[in-house]
Design a protein around this ligand. Sequence first.
Ligand code: SF4
Ligand code: SF4
Length: 147
Amino acid sequence: MKKEFWKTKPLSEMNRIEWESLCDGCGHCCLVKLQDEDTDELFFTNVSCHQLDLASCRCKDYAHRMQRVPMCAQITVEALPEFDWLPDTCAYRLLSAGEDLPDWHPLVSGQDQSVREAGISVCAFAQSEEFIHPDQLHEHIIEDSDN
Ligand code: SF4
Ligand code: SF4
């Protein structure tokens, strides 16, 4: 990858490696979300997908994630407008708004752990859905998608 490619290359022209490297691994995409049936409002929980390794904050099987979890978010440049629930810190959101990456982003810091040190990683507080009964999910709501 070219140094600081994201500063000169539009999202639409990035290759797969560049695109994937923009994900800082914060894990927000991997939190279980609940949707109000009447209003469509989305609520984040502190419960993570069973495929998320909470130690590394990485998917246990990223290559086959769609087969393992059909609801897994597949973010593309075309579909980006639909992902309005991505956190303000997400690189896809920042770059599409014409902003730069923050200092703690691994592409800038050169270190994966800078995400956790900056308090951005959900793995600092998430609990795996393996240990949560589906009926109890509403008790784990932490914020709505506007936050
Ligand atoms: S919110 Fe953005 S940076 Fe965080 S896991 Fe999802 S795509 Fe990656
Ligand atoms: S399958 Fe992997 S990438 Fe998809 S939500 Fe689960 S942990 Fe995250």
